[in-house]
Design a protein around this ligand. Structure first.
Ligand code: GLA
Length: 524
């Protein structure tokens, strides 16, 4: 045998090793620890401690075949196959493709293998910073104890339309902790926010619900009682304090075993939790699907939401019921029958013009489903969170007002600029949102990036938004023929709170890029 022949298998092996790296990625991996946050797409390293987010609980099952990588990623919320997996030397990448309601996401992962450990970086969707974790191989018990554990199924009830609970005759207004603070919330902060709601004039402008989102939960005890965590020493005392301020208190839980932030959900304890909320003095519940992805099929949502809806209606306390399942299964068609006062129509809003624009201007087809007591919820406000300019914040507020969307501020009310306060509290802008007719605006005209949306008001006037989504200032025209208005029409500028004049055929405003003219029109 020639020496070259004998070497061939070795050379091939060396080539494979060079191509694929030394660690065979095949196996099940779990997070050993979160590593310091890497720099984001803007090159900036986000502040704050390392965070692994939903990955902390994940089991990542990989199958390496040469340079090809397949597998699945399971968390408390989902178990999804990975796509586009490739291995190059010690590094690899894959994408997690997810579709949640109307939102399609492609979440990129990249990793580096070293000594049977993996450094894995993910760029989460929206405006969350990238995160890096160190993975190690999982034991069988760990796989079971983590994402593998899905509680035993409890059959949801038969579908049976619930009556209207009589609440939320106009879109709910208030504040919610999620957009600004995520899981980092405390009793002290909620009290400060309550003070700020009163002192800033937000309460008197109509913002009365103070809603605690994910992050308040501790553990369930042996009697099944869910205790708040140590940052919320006494929920009843907190509710009393909030009520004394003339505000109402909201809380967050999930029909699943885990919430989106991987806290304890209400699965199997729905009634027990609802009774406890009522005893505390809770006035509003946001019920977020999250862990229920691992328990139920999507088509069972109506029954699952109805279960909590019926429990709430049997309580001796009026509680606004907010459905949060990201607009899946045409929720607007059955949300009211499940007892819902509002239902999210989309995935989570991000703190950016792109996110707000995509969500807000996509709401047009849902207009017919909004009515007093039952509202489309395109997610909470990002006004004042710094991701948008003042002009963009006003556009956001104008669009949400026209959409008859719930107005739930999501900024730090203890520290807001006069412009932010003005954007949130302009009474004429809020009056459009709170109009008792409860109609949602429709898009009546579109010319490229220029759009006119109109919302009929109870007294026969029409509120209209003349939007410029483009990058250059442009004249935007509202034509009376398109608005079903006739004759000379009086135009009032809602932001300026001033009459502009009377016009025979239409009204043209010069609108700045990403801006809006919000007007109220009075025909004959
Ligand atoms: C989901 C919801 C958000 C927020 C978080 C909390 O993502 O859509 O609004 O409640 O969960 O974990």
């Amino acid at each position: 045998m020639k020496p070259g022949r004998a070497l061939l298998p070795l050379l091939l092996l060396a080539a494979v090793v060079a191509c694929t790296g030394r660690t065979d990625l095949t196996g099940k991996w779990v997070v050993e620890k979160a590593l310091p946050r890497p720099a984001g797409p803007d090159g900036e390293t986000p502040e704050g401690p390392p965070g692994g987010g939903p990955l902390m609980d994940a089991v990542i099952a990989l199958q390496q075949d040469g340079t090809n990588l397949t597998g699945a990623l399971g968390t408390h919320m989902f178990d999804r196959p990975i796509s586009d997996g490739t291995v190059k030397g010690d590094t690899f990448s894959f994408v997690l493709k997810m579709e949640i309601g109307t939102q399609k996401m492609e979440i990129p992962f990249s990793g580096k293998a070293m000594d049977d450990k993996i450094e894995l970086t993910v760029q989460p969707p929206g405006d969350m910073p990238p995160m890096t974790v160190l993975l190690r191989r999982a034991t069988d018990e760990e796989v079971l104890a983590r994402a593998g554990t899905v509680p035993e199924r409890i059959e949801p009830p038969e579908i049976q339309p619930l009556p209207d609970n009589g609440l939320a005759r106009t879109p709910p207004m208030g504040w919610n902790s999620w957009n600004c603070f995520h899981l980092d919330i405390t009793d002290a902060m909620i009290r400060e926010i309550a003070d700020a709601m009163v002192e800033s004039g937000m309460r008197d402008a109509g913002y009365v619900y103070l809603n605690i989102d994910d992050g308040w939960q501790g553990e369930r005890d042996e009697d099944g009682v869910l205790h708040p965590n140590e940052r919320f020493p006494d929920m009843k005392a907190l509710a009393d304090h909030v009520h004394e301020k003339g505000l109402k208190l909201g809380i967050y839980t999930s029909p699943g075993h885990r919430t989106c932030g991987n806290k304890e959900g209400s699965y199997g304890h729905e009634e027990q939790d609802a009774r406890m909320f009522a005893e505390w003095g809770i006035d509003y519940i946001k019920y977020d699907w999250c862990g229920a992805f691992r328990i139920y099929e999507n088509h069972e949502m109506q029954a699952v939401y109805q279960k909590m809806g019926a429990i709430l209606q049997a309580l001796d306390r009026p509680i606004v019921y907010s459905l949060c399942q990201y607009g899946m299964e045409d929720v607007w068609k059955w949300g009211p029958d499940a007892g819902g006062n509002l239902w999210r129509t989309t995935g989570d809003i991000g703190n950016s013009w792109e996110s707000m624009e995509q969500i807000g201007f996509d709401q047009e087809p849902l207009g017919e489903w909004a009515r007093p007591g039952h509202w489309n919820d395109p997610d909470m406000l990002e006004v004042g969170n710094g991701g948008m300019t003042h002009t963009e914040d006003r556009t956001h507020m104008s669009l949400w007002t026209l959409l008859a969307a719930p107005l739930l501020a999501g900024n730090d009310l203890r520290d807001m600029s006069p412009e932010t306060l003005e954007t949130l509290t302009n009474p004429e802008v809020i009056a459009i949102n709170q109009d008792p007719l409860g109609r949602q605006a429709r898009r009546v005209a579109q010319d490229g990036e220029l759009e006119v949306w109109a919302k009929p008001l109870e007294d026969g006037r029409v509120a209209a938004g003349l939007f410029n989504r483009g990058e250059e200032a442009a004249p935007v025209t509202a034509r009376w023929s398109e608005l079903e208005l006739g004759g000379i029409v009086q135009v009032r500028d809602a932001w300026a709170r001033k009459d502009v004049g009377a016009f025979p055929d239409g009204f043209t405003a010069e609108v700045e890029p990403h801006g809006v003219a919000l007007v109220v029109l009075k025909g004959r």
